[in-house]
Unconditional design. Structure first.
Length: 565
């Protein structure tokens, strides 16, 4: 019996709908407010460098070569299609617009999940926790870097789109599912996981002929993916790491599974990982037991499940044979994100054990948590469903708010730092992710000059302040004085502001070479700034402090000199 009256349910529906729209709207509003039209690191090779090579190619063969050229170990077809679409529609490159377009994949992903839930008989107003789980900022690194926004979230969305078409059981839908899976494969290496995950749908539905065609298409796509340049990046060393640290790897997998519950972002890692690890074990236990329940009601696969277990679990999860179509959809999504996270743990933790809670990969646990929520919700009776929904609204809203509290300051600081690095790039030819005297530095500077000469893209002006390009330390008549401690420690120049502009102002450490040739700028966070020596030209520099408040820029002089080797 429904625990709400008709009138109460109507109010409940309106409130849930409005909150869902507000969560989504807030997500995109924050993206618009905090994104910048400045490329960073891998953006350069994948966007302007690719576009220049495409435009300068003399024939179709040359354009195709530019299009299929991998970035590290990834093909990036979808991202490059979006870049070409923007260029041919506007004759420009705009990284802020590209980033927004990439993040629309999060909305499409959400809509596919909601559509699957509704097709299984779910009520639309129960989707609010899913919005909180997905439209938060755990994945801020991918959200606010242009190429990552068009890769990491995009391949998950393409995979789920392919799964959605697979469950339709029609020939046209099957053909489109294969086409999207192929695009997915060539949009990022992780996209290859779509093939084994999609196979789960076909096998569960006993579509044997389609399974064979799907496997053949997947094998052909993966074979073609690895043709051409060498993709090897030492991944064979991952096996040695796992053998040396089996327990660490085992725990790391479950920590990553519970990554959407990473609420102690500023705690020591050993403390920070406790809640995600516990929740990861719980989520995985639900996945395993629910999967057994789904298999148990299959006329074919049910023979592999002990009858007593199968009957009990099917009753607990309210699983019926009639629901096998959309349960196959959930199974494929869960298989995809689990395999994706397993690959990260297996191949990436050797670089840094903390990578399991890196923002880059947080969309995987977000999707898993959302689907597990739907599975549990569907298993409950109406009265329990409302109680569970209310509890999960509080939990998911708390998680959502914690990401704004924990990560929005990081997003703002990152945006500020990249703008400063763009200033350094403009004045010194190095800054946007490259180190001095490297091949990447040459490629980056050459590419930016090229797109600027073609009228396709120029660094924003002004970057920091309207007077920024004119203000120098040498010859400045300012009587303001500041003091800072300087320490050159390996590859980092540490500058600690002892006295100077008020803390509530925007402050930058400003290095000017004694011959007035170079100007370098680094934002001060609190009282400290860490300057990568690899991005500062060799020479002797005077140190000053830029102070920006109420639209005015002032220079505070120091007596410190800095020598960069």
């Amino acid at each position: 019996m429904n625990s709400l009256t008709k009138k109460q349910e109507t109010y409940f529906q309106y409130a849930a709908g409005i909150l869902t729209v507000l969560v989504i709207g807030t997500f995109y509003y924050i993206i618009v407010q905090n994104s910048i039209n400045i490329p960073w690191f891998d953006d350069i090779e994948n966007i302007p460098y690719f576009l220049v090579n495409w435009l300068e190619a003399p024939d179709f063969a040359g354009k195709w070569e530019a299009f299929i050229r991998p970035n590290n170990e990834h093909r990036v077809f979808t991202a490059r299609l979006i870049v070409l679409a923007q260029y041919y529609l506007t004759s420009k490159l705009n990284f802020k617009d590209l980033l927004f377009c990439g993040n629309l994949s999060v909305l499409v992903l959400f809509l596919f999940i909601v559509r699957g839930y509704l097709r299984q008989g779910g009520k639309w107003y129960f989707i609010l926790p899913v919005a909180f789980f997905i439209f938060n900022f755990q994945a801020y690194a991918g959200t606010f870097m242009t190429i990552m926004s068009m890769q990491y979230q995009m391949v998950i969305m393409l995979s789920v789109a392919s799964f959605y078409l697979l469950v339709k059981q029609s020939v046209p839908a099957f053909i489109f599912a294969i086409a999207i899976a192929c695009l997915d494969t060539f949009s990022m290496g992780n996209g290859m996981v779509v093939w084994p995950s999609g196979l789960a749908i076909l096998l569960l539905q006993m579509r044997w002929k389609s399974s064979f065609i799907w496997l053949a298409a997947g094998a052909a796509s993966i074979y073609l993916y690895f043709q051409g340049p060498d993709f090897v990046q030492g991944n064979d060393k991952a096996f040695s790491y796992v053998l040396e640290h089996p327990m660490r790897t085992f725990v790391a997998f479950f920590t990553m599974l519970g990554g959407d519950f990473d609420v102690m972002a500023n705690a020591e890692f050993n403390k920070r990982m406790v809640i995600p690890t516990i929740l990861g074990f719980i989520l995985f236990a639900v996945f395993i037991t629910w999967t057994v329940a789904v298999l148990s009601v299959s006329p074919f696969w049910g023979k592999c499940v002990p009858e007593r277990w199968g009957r009990t679990l099917a009753r607990i999860y309210n699983v019926r044979e009639a629901d096998i179509r959309w349960n196959a959809f959930w199974l494929a999504i869960l298989a995809y994100v689990l395999i994706g996270m397993l690959m990260v743990v297996f191949f990436r933790t050797r670089f840094d054990p903390h990578i399991i809670l890196w923002s880059t990969y947080k969309m995987y646990p977000a999707v898993m948590t959302s689907v597990i929520f739907i599975i549990v919700l569907q298993a409950l009776n109406i009265r329990s469903r409302y109680r569970f929904f209310g509890t999960m609204c509080l939990v998911s809203a708390g998680l959502w708010w914690s990401t704004i509290h924990n990560y929005l300051p990081i997003v703002k600081n990152t945006s500020n730092a990249r703008t400063a690095f763009a200033f350094n790039q403009k004045h010194n030819g190095v800054g946007l992710g490259a180190t001095k005297n490297s091949a990447f530095e040459t490629m980056l500077a050459t590419t930016l000059r090229k797109v600027d000469s073609l009228g396709i893209y120029s660094l924003p002006s002004p970057l920091i302040h309207a007077e920024g390009d004119q203000v120098r330390l040498t010859g400045n008549t300012s009587q303001l004085n500041a003091k800072a401690d300087i320490e050159l420690a390996g590859d980092i120049l540490k500058i600690n502001l002892v006295s100077g502009p008020p803390a509530d102002h925007r402050r930058y450490a400003f290095l000017e070479s004694e011959n007035n040739r170079y100007l370098f700028l680094f934002p001060i966070d609190g009282t400290e700034t860490l300057c990568p020596v690899g991005t500062i030209r060799a020479g002797a520099y005077k140190l000053g402090i830029w102070d920006i408040s109420s639209g005015n820029l002032s220079v505070w002089l120091t007596e410190q000199l800095v020598t960069i080797p």
